[in-house]
Design a protein around this ligand. Sequence first.
Ligand code: ATR
Length: 289
Amino acid sequence: MIDGKTRTLGLIGKPVEHTLSPVIHNNLAEMLKQNVVYVPLLVEEDLHAAISGAYALNLLGMNVTVPYKNDVIEELVEIDSLAKRIGAVNTLVRVPGGYKGYNTDALGLKRELLSEDITVEGKYTVVLGAGGASCAVVHLLADMGAKDILLLNRTVEKAEQLCAQVNAACGRIIAHAGKLQDYQAEMKYEEYLAIQCTSVGLHPKDTECVITEESFYQKIATGVDLIYNPEETMFMKQIRSKGKKACNGLKMLLYQGVIAFELFTGTTVTEEAAQDIYRRLKEELQKNG
Ligand code: ATR
């Protein structure tokens, strides 16, 4: 029920119409009896006007998506330390004078890894892709105590840049860059935790995979694909065919929303409520093919 006390939350981006975030936040609001409503907010171009206007209109909080996750940092009055290191923000929480920025993409993946019993500490890790999503992942892996991060990308310069940024933030060499096609020479260890952060294999190109060779998968002990549509990507299929564990990115999406909701409203979302939202997200994805 929307009434005189309802507070507004929303998603800023361009485009915003395909988002699943309203499913997460509006259902959580109902379950946790919070008087908030979550709406898409298309920002055509003037991000500064959008953020100051949102504050003036008393918006409680916002998520931020492509193409504003980096540029929005300039519009904040405060920023969380992990988000600052990553250089990208996807959640704005209202504080006196403006908004504080967080990166719940990274925190969402962290909660997914914990919920799937996937350990990062002391592990050799390989990350495929060096775009925006990969940036959050690489900083998170460093933060969670990975022993080593091998960052492979088609355009090696982007991987080198990201590695330099992560190594500078850590004060030691933890990340190494390589060309995707040179994976065999680069993968010196026996076993890796692999995180797939490229857009290859995303629906409708379900049968594509960024690396297809057997020799890569022989070294993967556990894999996470950030893609969640299709539910089982080719990357996951290859890992599972070796009897190993693989997950998609739907729980990361779920938990980035759950954590943002907790930050917006100051409430705690139980695991039971989170699982309920997870079911609804799956239904929504099935509906949309
Ligand atoms: P996101 O924000 O989701 O990370 P992005 O910043 O556009 O999206 O990054 C997409 C990633 O997928 C990049 O690492 C890109 O590689 P390049 O940096 O070489 O462009 C990777 N990618 C996209 N299509 C690819 C393909 N056909 N083969 C290999 N990598 C691909």
